[in-house]
Design a protein around this ligand. Structure first.
Ligand code: GN1
Ligand code: MG
Length: 363
């Protein structure tokens, strides 16, 4: 299967090594080594991304813009095939892309130091910052209403109405959690109605494995740009809260390992604000803490919905996998909500420090 793809990119197929790479749930990703050069090969899941050309169009526009304005910025664009395409089709109809492997880089799956959180948050902030004057109307949506919480709730209700009785029974506690935290949906809806949160160029998947680091733990760039589209900054910051604060990730079954590390919150705030502090509006900043509730709750809903839908979206490696993920995310949500007073204090303390403490790097 890979040979015909590699030929389209003009690569040698007589001898190469290929292995599964990363921990993404949607696309299949491989690391490929040919003649000592490394690449990342990715098959796009077209059940999710039904129009992959939209991804290509968006990223080409962004790449052109960044290369022109910020030539030093590391934007990892897909390689072109011999016929000039960034995306190629196999004879079976599958879509593939090939990226250069960033030399000297590595990705991590869990955060061990605050520095990693700061660096990652700064990189995601930089991405949106550099694209602040990019004409957002040029972008299309590869996924419609991807982070629309009201829609996610509606999808949950449909799944619940249609779910097998056994699955409903198993998920009773989590279904109650959905309703217990319903005010998050209301806050979100009010916020959007108020038109106070502007659309920006948002990554929409800011987990730590989507940042490449060098050996000194400095972040080099962000990757996995398929979900780059207009959105709210709450999505990116919220997903960092969801994935950086707890020492254990969404796969953890032992929920005692799911809790909030406050010093990592501080690092996310400082890192993101070092880039976006001069860009965000007052109202946006006021919802910095809310972003975590929004995205943790949304992810809990999405896992639970998938469990009720017989795991058709995320798949399941063992029975009840998505229910465990939902339990995990609700545990995190409750921990996060308990932590809110501390988060507020942290932000107050930072804001009261002299401005030069936060690195106001522009570029
Ligand atoms: C999916 O494929 P991956 O792992 O990059 C999902 C994200 C979720 C994440 C949870 C297109 O991302 O929204 O946050 O799983 N992406 C899509 O691990 O649904
Ligand atoms: Mg992704």
């Amino acid at each position: 299967m890979f040979d015909e793809i590699l030929l389209k990119f003009g690569l040698r197929i007589d001898s190469y090594e290929i292995e599964a790479f990363g921990s993404g749930l949607i696309n299949d990703t491989y690391k490929l080594v040919i003649e000592e050069k490394s690449y990342i090969l990715q098959q796009i899941n077209t059940a999710v991304f039904t129009n992959p050309q939209i991804i290509i169009n968006n990223l080409e526009l962004i790449e052109k813009y960044l290369n022109k304005r910020y030539p030093g910025y590391l934007f990892v664009a897909p390689l072109k095939s011999i016929t000039g395409e960034s995306i190629v089709r196999s004879s079976a109809g599958d879509f593939f892309r090939l990226f250069p492997f960033v030399q000297g880089s590595h990705a991590i799956d869990t955060l061990e130091s605050q520095k990693e959180a700061f660096e990652a948050a700064r990189q995601f902030g930089r991405f949106t910052h550099l694209l602040n004057n990019f004409n957002i109307e040029l972008l299309e949506y590869p996924l419609i209403a991807f982070h629309d919480l009201s829609l996610r709730f509606a999808q949950f209700e449909v799944a619940y109405a249609n779910a097998h009785i056994l699955r409903k029974e198993q998920a009773l506690a989590e279904i109650n959690e959905v309703y217990k935290h319903q005010e998050i949906i209301e806050t979100y809806a009010h916020l959007l109605d108020s038109d106070e949160i502007p659309l920006r160029v948002i990554h929409h998947d800011t987990k730590i494995s989507n940042v490449l680091f060098n050996d000194e733990q400095n972040a080099l760039c962000v990757v996995d740009l398929d979900t780059v589209m207009p959105g709210y900054y709450l999505s990116d910051v919220g997903d960092m809260m969801r994935t950086y604060l707890s020492p254990a990730n969404e796969e953890e079954k032992d929920l005692s390992k799911v809790y909030v590390r406050y010093d990592f919150f501080e690092a996310i705030y400082k890192g993101y604000i070092s880039e976006m502090g001069s860009v965000l509006t007052k109202i946006e900043k006021r919802h910095f803490i809310f972003s975590g509730k929004l995205i943790i709750y949304m992810q809990a809903l999405r896992f639970l919905t998938d469990f009720l839908n017989n795991d058709t979206y995320y798949g399941a490696k063992y029975p009840g996998h998505n229910l465990i993920r939902a339990k995990n995310q609700f545990k995190l949500l409750n921990e996060y909500i308990n932590g809110e007073p501390v988060f507020k204090q942290i932000i107050n303390d930072i804001e009261q420090q002299p401005a030069n403490i936060i690195d106001q790097k522009q570029n």
